[in-house]
Design a protein around this ligand. Sequence first.
Ligand SMILES: NC(=O)c1ccc[n+]([C@@H]2O[C@H](COP(=O)([O-])OP(=O)(O)OC[C@H]3O[C@@H](n4cnc5c(N)ncnc54)[C@H](OP(=O)(O)O)[C@@H]3O)[C@@H](O)[C@H]2O)c1
Length: 311
Amino acid sequence: MPYAVRMRIVIAGGSGFLGSALAAHLAANNHHVVILTRQPRSADPGRPRTTFEHWSPDGHSGGWANALDEADAVVNLAGESIAARRWSASQKQKIRDSRLLATRSLTAAMRELSRPPRAFISGSAVGYYGDRSDETLTEASAPGTDFLAGVCQEWEAAANAIGDRARVVLIRTGIVLDRKGGALPKILPPFYLFAGGPIGSGRQYMSWIHRDDWVRLVAWSATSESARGALNVTGPRPITNKEFSTALGRALRRPSVVPAPRFALRIALGEMADALLLSSQRALPVRSTDLGFTFRFSNIDDALADIFTTR
Ligand SMILES: NC(=O)c1ccc[n+]([C@@H]2O[C@H](COP(=O)([O-])OP(=O)(O)OC[C@H]3O[C@@H](n4cnc5c(N)ncnc54)[C@H](OP(=O)(O)O)[C@@H]3O)[C@@H](O)[C@H]2O)c1
């Protein structure tokens, strides 16, 4: 549905898997999008109402801050990928520092502007809650204690530092499902080889969300004055990894009976296996639902059918 008012929205990390989908959605709804990127590039003629601005997210403001002047909202998605490589001590440092420095750069820029953006929509993840078995998690639940939970808490605190000047929304994103990016393409290969199945015990909960709903929910939080504070950006029906694997097998018409053993994943991936594959979060999007947001995809079979058949 097109929005009535045309806005100027800046997306830091808008070149990535989630940011590029958000940028395309906003531009299609007549907003002007500015993407902050570390890679200088010129405007893409194929992308209307979208410009690129080079920035250096070093914890400070810079000449690029002009791009935020008179913007209506800033969306902060920048950060080193958490799944790109094994978590050495230096890789963990990069994962943490890249998020904190990018967030501090944005809040420093917002503080020095005479007309700063009214809304700051800043990244976080359901990793905030740590590994929580089958406990139901709302935005009011306590944080976890592992590495990613610590990163998310610091990341959110850095964003909240601008709370006196802007409406801050902390988007605790779950597992975003799409065929072309995020977790799904990494999970698919064994299924295509007829060797797919649950990961570890399969009892861990996955707080999944269809990418289109992620985009709609984040766009809604940028444009709705009522959205404020932490939001679980997850679908309304989290499921166990075993249920997910079974649904994926159904969608692909492949068996889903070959489990990936926990010890093998730990040998192959180290600490990352626990954090990304074996950790359990059963998060519910309580705040957005209370505020009237409606999801298109709450059933995993419908979501996977859409992902695999219509695109
Ligand atoms: N995808 C998911 O399912 C998921 C789930 C939970 C949370 N999240 C969080 O949501 C955010 C966006 O996710 P995504 O999947 O779109 O990530 P992505 O595809 O890796 O994109 C992140 C963007 O951040 C920028 N970036 C990369 N390394 C950086 C660094 N060291 N310093 C500053 N900027 C850097 C890059 O932009 P340039 O190269 O153009 O500068 C990149 O396009 C991430 O913070 C991620 O942790 C994602």
